[in-house]
Design a protein around this ligand. Structure first.
Ligand SMILES: CC(C)=CCC/C(C)=C/CC/C(C)=C/CC/C(C)=C/CC/C(C)=C/CC/C(C)=C/CC/C(C)=C/COP(=O)(O)OP(=O)(O)O
Ligand SMILES: O=P(O)(O)OC[C@@H](O)CO
Ligand SMILES: [Mg+2]
Length: 232
């Protein structure tokens, strides 16, 4: 299932964090729709390849979320390419992407690349500090970014990112309303620690992303899959 429009839930695994074989197996066999390999610091080609090989033993899509040029490598089913909508630093919107086109343009298969319009709504998270997305967008701003991604740029994915912090449910609801009129798939990620939270965001987001909870609260994290899939 390589069409993100059909997904409801993904686990994001951080190559810079340890996960044992038993937990990895439970994560990959949980019924989640895909594994996204990504993180914003300490991500190297070595730890990306190591995790890719381990995830590849399981029959579900394995996606690399490209956070630096160093980790671009063949072998994944899909490549998610973040472009940060709410930064003024051009490197994170088109700059590194331009460098990537120069370096990998002739090698890449465009069908495997999926652009994510990122709205980073937690200015304290690492990705916000890295990319200079330091102004907290309010619900109205988030709606405007959803319109930018969905109506104007017609991106495949709008990603409302609260990395590490549970987000504003009303803002997610408004973004969902806007994106429901478009072909853009709405990803929500950030701070989901319980099945209840996953279910709540799953009412609005097309795809719910669970990251840190896998490492911090694995039993609860595993329950988020059915919670999202059973929500409307
Ligand atoms: C044959 C071959 C080589 C094929 C490959 C084809 C290919 C993939 C070509 C590259 C195409 C391309 C356009 C690449 C883009 C290059 C690039 C570096 C773009 C910039 C991306 C970007 C904006 C990064 C900023 C950081 C960011 C938004 C990361 C997203 C992930 C994220 C937010 C993780 C959360 O971080 P985490 O570490 O989990 O944080 P916590 O510790 O707080 O949890
Ligand atoms: O790690 P958490 O807070 O679950 O966030 C998931 C993902 O959106 C991070 O990019
Ligand atoms: Mg993380």
């Amino acid at each position: 299932m390589y069409n993100v429009r059909e997904w409801r839930h993904v686990f994001k695994l951080d190559p810079n964090k340890e996960i044992d074989d038993e937990l990895l197996e439970r994560v990959c066999e949980s019924g989640t729709d895909a594994i996204v390999v990504g993180g914003s610091d300490g991500v190297t080609l070595d730890n990306v390849l190591e995790l890719m090989v381990r995830v590849r033993r399981f029959p579900l899509p394995c996606v690399l979320e490209v956070s630096s040029l160093e980790v671009v490598t063949p072998g994944f089913d899909l490549y998610f390419i973040p472009a940060v909508l709410n930064t003024t630093e051009a490197d994170w919107i088109t700059g590194l992407h331009f460098e990537a086109m120069k370096e990998y343009g002739e090698l890449m298969n465009p069908d495997e690349l999926v652009v994510e319009g990122y709205c980073i709504a937690n200015p304290e998270c690492k990705a916000a500090k890295l990319t200079g997305a330091l102004k907290r967008p309010d619900a109205e701003d988030i709606s405007a970014y959803a319109r930018l991604a969905g109506h104007l740029w017609k991106l495949p994915i709008f990603y409302l990112e609260y990395s590490g912090k549970y987000g504003d449910v009303k803002a997610a609801q408004k973004a969902a309303d806007i994106l429901s009129e478009t072909k853009t798939t709405f990803f929500y990620g950030g701070g989901i620690k319980t099945a209840e939270q996953a279910k709540e965001m799953g009412q609005y987001a097309d795809v719910v992303v669970v990251g840190n909870a896998i490492y911090d609260f694995p039993e609860e994290a595993l329950k988020t899959v059915t919670a999202v899939k059973n929500s409307v």
